[in-house]
Design a protein around this ligand. Structure first.
Ligand SMILES: [Cu+2]
Length: 188
């Protein structure tokens, strides 16, 4: 009974519009398709995540700048891991190495990808286990071009993008190629 009275009093004090907004906002957010998100300048699509099974994982997505100015992906954050960083793979004396990337630039109207073997999101120190089909929250910070919050479905069976060299597969590097089996999605 006490709860009922409290809720009723709060509703009476708030303007009706504000009350409606506060109850509808979470529902609207939950409707977003996994792997997709946008603001007025940037759209992020086809996002997914993978894990090596050793407490680290990686995230991939397609980035599109729909504005007429240059936009920069300055960083990524997630509640799913202790550290979430932008990385790239670089070949050094025939050995593939990962290194941190400070910024990814998108030209006006330009596109780029967070891809296997290229720039990617790196999760280390899992707070959330990357179980197949789980949704990993990710916020991409585009500075002046705003932020985009998405969720990445964990898809360890996903084949690398057609453009990426199979030998540069990020997870194969970390995990002796044990995740090379899935080819059923190669039509992408
Ligand atoms: Cu990495």
């Amino acid at each position: 009974m006490k709860t009922l009275i409290t809720a009723a009093s709060v509703a009476a004090l708030l303007p009706l519009a504000a009350f409606a907004q506060s109850t509808e906002a979470p529902a609207a957010a939950a409707k977003a398709l996994p792997g997709f998100g946008a603001n007025s300048d940037i759209s992020v699509s086809d996002g997914y995540a993978r894990t090596t099974g050793k407490g680290s994982g990686s995230g991939y997505a397609h980035l599109q700048n729909r504005s007429d100015r240059e936009c920069h992906l300055n960083g990524v954050t997630s509640t799913a891991a202790a550290r979430t960083e932008l990385h790239t793979n670089r070949e050094d004396d025939g050995v593939m190495k990962m290194e941190k990337v400070e910024q990814i630039t998108l030209a006006p109207g330009g596109e780029d990808g967070l891809t296997r073997g290229g720039n990617h999101v790196m999760f280390t120190g899992f707070h959330q286990k990357f179980v197949e089909g789980d949704q990993i929250p990710l916020t991409l910070d585009f500075g002046d071009c705003g932020t985009v919050a998405i969720t990445l479905p964990v898809d360890n069976r996903r084949a690398p993008e057609a453009s990426g060299a199979a030998g540069m597969d990020h997870s194969a590097m970390d995990h002796s190629g044990t995740e090379q089996s899935g080819t059923e999605h190669s039509g992408h």
